[in-house]
Design a protein around this ligand. Structure first.
Ligand code: SF4
Length: 351
């Protein structure tokens, strides 16, 4: 246990976390799990979240069990929530911490009669939560601080440096198996590119810019691995087409677990502000993170080997999924040379 920190507000052995449904947010939630376990080493943390998050949770040693929440994003499905809550009663959780701010996300802990139910006020959750916190956005500007604050007594608002940094555990053998399956046994250093962003096009640096970065590192003898989900296949394909040989499109061809184990074997990563950016940060990869419509002050990559690149236009951050001005200058104007310079200097510094 570290000294000089307030005692944890949890003084029992089993805790249920209602987890977020975004990759990046789930990685930042690991800081909460670490903060809880740092202060209560015997605490068992179970995380209730959609099944696709299981490979992420399996790589977080602080998590005791990943519990499937088989309810679609935005669905209420009271019957399913009551059934899950009945099953959870047998676990005798002493506390639930609810990370999403919706009213429905607080229902299962309430139906499950978990005695202490912690979360931010969100959508009128009085009664459903009985350890309600007021969100002070000025003193808790970052998502990770907000999550970690829920492990603390009410009046303690953690600074960024009080938040443990997410660190995903990886499986090198599984990474080797994935490389063999995908024909990636070439031993040359690999640059990982993540040109997708589930949120929308206003977070996506142009594929032509990614391809220019790929050509530069290819000319230095590297190979290129382009990561993403099935939804990112087209943009990843455009990068590979434009970049030339030695560029492999992995979008939609890996499980999330394989993507993590493969990314752990890259020499460096360039990514949009996306879930995979947080994966790269939690793997301590040398990382250049490209920001457009979003704000790095809110969800920065939590890694000392990450650099943020953005133009900081007057209109930025607008937090929009698509550019309301129709030009996307915040990303089109961010020249690939600038990203290469940032990554080269990072590689020099971390060599
Ligand atoms: S309004 Fe500005 S910050 Fe927002 S997407 Fe367009 S160029 Fe980017």
């Amino acid at each position: 246990m570290r000294h000089g920190r307030p005692a944890l507000s949890v003084a029992h052995t089993r805790c249920l976390i209602v987890g977020p449904s975004w990759v990046g947010d789930m990685i930042m939630a690991q800081s909460l799990f670490m903060a809880l376990r740092e202060r209560n080493p015997g605490l068992e943390i179970d995380v209730l979240a959609p099944a696709w998050t299981a490979p992420l949770l399996a790589r977080m040693p602080e998590v005791h069990a990943a519990l499937d929440l088989p309810i679609g994003h935005g669905e209420l499905d009271l019957k399913a929530r009551r059934r899950i809550a009945r099953e959870l009663r047998a676990h005798h959780y002493a506390q639930a911490i609810v990370l999403p701010n919706s009213l429905k996300s607080a229902l299962i802990p309430w139906f499950a009669r978990i005695p202490r139910r912690t979360g931010f006020r969100g959508e009128q959750r009085y009664g459903l939560l009985n350890d309600l916190r007021r969100l002070d956005k000025a003193r808790l500007p970052r998502t990770v601080q907000r999550f970690v604050a829920l492990a603390m007594p009410k009046n303690h608002l953690p600074a960024l440096e009080d938040c443990p940094r997410p660190q995903l555990r990886t499986d090198p053998q599984a990474g080797r198996v994935a490389r063999a399956r995908l024909g990636l046994e070439d031993p040359r250093p690999a640059l990982g590119l993540c040109p997708g962003a589930e949120f929308g096009p206003a977070k996506r640096w142009p594929s032509a810019h990614y391809a220019a970065v790929a050509r530069y590192y290819r000319s230095r003898g590297w190979q290129i691995w382009v990561f993403g989900s099935q939804n990112d296949f087209e943009v990843a394909e455009a990068v590979c087409r434009d970049a030339g040989p030695d560029c492999t499109n992995l979008a939609g061809r890996t499980t999330l677990g394989e993507a993590i184990d493969l990314m752990a074997q890259t020499a460096a990563v360039v990514s949009n502000d996306s879930g995979l950016m947080h994966v790269a940060a939690a793997l301590d990869r040398p990382l250049v993170a490209v920001y457009g419509s979003s704000d790095p002050g809110f969800t920065p990559p939590l890694s000392p080997t990450a650099r943020i690149e953005r133009l900081g236009l007057a209109c930025s951050p607008c937090f929009q999924r698509e550019c309301p001005l129709k030009h996307l200058d915040c990303l089109h104007g961010l020249h690939p040379d600038r990203i290469v310079r940032a990554l080269d200097s990072l590689l020099d510094a971390t060599a």
